[in-house]
Design a protein around this ligand. Structure first.
Ligand code: SF4
Ligand code: SF4
Length: 368
C-alpha cells in the first residue's frame, strides 16, 4: 500500500480509502454485515487505514458495519471519518445525539475527521456557525480530532470555504469526467488541508465495463476503475482516492492499483486530455451541477438528469447512465417536468432547462 502525510495533520494515510457507502446488501436492502465486515477487514489487513462514512449511509448501518469490522485492530492504526448533514437544521441536542450514536456504532472513543456534509456556500452561510460551536465542544472533549467538510458546489465557492481556514480536511468530487474542482484541490493542498477525492471512479461509472474509455485511450490497463484511480492519484495535490467498494474483487483490484501505483505519464495524460477535449465538443449541455435551480416544485432532480445524460451522450457510458436514470424516483426523472419554467432564471449557465429535460426524457425513455 502507498501512504502519505495527510495535509498538515500528523496522519500517514493510505492513498486508497474505503468509502462505506456502497457496502454489500441483502435482498431486503439491509447491509450484509458478514460480507461487509469480510471485505473491510481484508482491506485493513492489506494496508487500507482510512475509512469514510456518514450517519445516513445505509440507514445508519454503514457506521455499524465499520464498528464491527475494526474490532480487534489497534484503534490508533486506523483513521475514521464520518459526517453530519447540518442542512437538516438539527438542534444542538440532535447534533450531540448523532455524534454519540456515531461513536457508539463505530465502536470507538473518538472520530479522527468529523465532516459537515455536502457543504455549499448557502449551507455554509446558514449552518456553519452552529457546526463550529458544536464541534469546538467535541474537540475540547476529545471526541473528534479534526474538522472537515465534503462539498458539492462550484469551484469559486469551494475556494471561499477553503479560504476560511476553519477546516483541516476536504472531501471533494474529482474524476476523469468531472475535473472542475482541480483549482480548489490545489488551493486546499497549498493551505495544508488533507484532500480526499470521492467518486474517483465516477460513482461506479468506470467500474462498469465501460471499455470505450480504454479503447479511446489505447491504454493497457486491466480495468477502467484502475485507470480512473491512477488518474486521480496522479494529481500531486490529492492525498486519498476514496472508493466505495461492494465486493472483494473490487477491493483486490483497487489495492493492486494503489500498491503498484505509477502515475500516468505525460503521454497518457495527453491522450486522456485529447479524448476528453474532443468529447467535450459534443457537450451542448454545460450543467456545472451547482444546484442553483433547485429545489424544483415538482421534485425533478435537474442536475442529476443532466449529469447522466452527459455521461451517456458525451462519454459513451450509456448502459450505466440508463441504470442511474431509472434508479431515480419517477418524480425526479426528466419526464416529470411540467415546464412551469420556475427554474430557468436561476440557472447561471442560462440553460433552457425544460427544453433540455424534454431531450433527456426522450433520450432515456425512448419517446422519440
Ligand atoms: S420547469 Fe420543470 S424542472 Fe423547472 S421548476 Fe418547473 S417542473 Fe421543475
Ligand atoms: S441546470 Fe443550471 S442551475 Fe441547475 S445545476 Fe445545472 S448549471 Fe446549475
Amino acid at each position: 500500500m502507498l501512504y502519505r502525510r495527510f495535509g498538515n495533520t500528523p496522519y500517514n494515510v493510505s492513498r486508497l480509502g474505503f468509502g462505506a457507502m456502497r457496502l454489500p446488501v441483502l435482498p431486503d436492502g439491509n447491509v450484509d454485515f458478514d460480507k461487509a465486515v469480510e471485505i473491510m477487514r481484508y482491506a485493513i489487513e492489506n494496508g487500507v487505514n482510512f475509512i469514510d462514512s456518514h450517519h445516513f449511509y445505509h440507514n445508519g448501518q454503514s457506521e455499524e458495519a465499520i464498528g464491527r469490522a475494526i474490532k480487534g485492530f489497534p484503534r490508533e492504526k486506523l483513521i475514521l471519518q464520518t459526517k453530519i448533514g447540518m442542512y437538516n437544521n438539527y438542534t444542538d441536542k440532535q447534533c450531540w445525539e448523532l455524534l454519540e450514536n456515531a461513536l457508539k456504532k463505530l465502536n470507538t472513543d473518538y472520530i479522527d475527521f468529523y465532516l459537515t456534509h455536502s457543504l455549499n456556500w448557502d449551507t455554509y452561510t446558514k449552518y456553519n456557525r452552529q457546526f463550529m460551536q458544536f464541534t469546538q465542544k467535541a474537540l475540547d472533549q476529545k471526541l473528534i480530532r479534526y474538522r472537515g467538510f465534503s462539498v458539492h458546489d462550484n469551484v469559486e465557492n469551494m475556494k471561499k470555504i477553503i479560504q476560511t481556514g476553519q477546516f483541516q480536511a476536504m472531501t471533494v468530487q474529482y474524476n476523469l469526467l468531472y475535473r472542475d474542482s482541480e483549482q480548489a484541490i490545489e488551493l486546499a493542498h497549498q493551505k495544508g488541508m488533507g484532500v480526499v477525492v470521492m467518486g474517483p471512479v465516477g460513482g461506479g461509472t468506470f467500474g462498469y465495463p465501460g471499455e470505450e474509455l480504454l479503447s479511446w485511450a489505447g491504454l493497457k490497463q486491466k480495468s477502467t476503475a484502475s485507470i480512473a484511480i491512477r488518474f486521480v492519484l496522479s494529481n500531486s495535490n490529492v492525498d486519498i482516492a476514496l472508493s466505495g467498494m461492494s465486493t472483494l474483487d473490487q477491493v483486490i483490484d483497487n489495492i493492486n492499483t494503489v500498491s503498484n501505483f505509477t502515475p500516468l505519464d505525460k503521454e497518457d495524460i495527453k491522450k486522456l486530455d485529447e479524448i476528453f477535449e474532443s468529447r467535450k465538443k459534443l457537450l451542448n449541455l454545460y450543467c456545472t451541477g451547482c444546484r442553483y435551480c433547485m429545489p424544483c416544485p415538482n421534485n425533478v432532480n435537474i442536475p442529476s438528469n443532466f449529469h447522466w445524460y452527459n455521461v451517456a451522450n458525451v462519454y459513451g457510458v450509456r448502459k450505466r447512465a440508463e441504470e442511474k436514470y431509472f434508479s431515480m424516483k419517477p418524480e425526479e426523472r426528466a419526464s416529470s417536468c411540467i415546464a412551469c419554467g420556475k427554474c430557468v432564471e436561476k440557472c447561471p449557465q442560462k440553460i433552457q432547462i425544460p427544453e433540455k429535460l424534454k431531450e433527456v426524457a426522450d433520450y432515456f425513455e425512448d419517446k422519440k
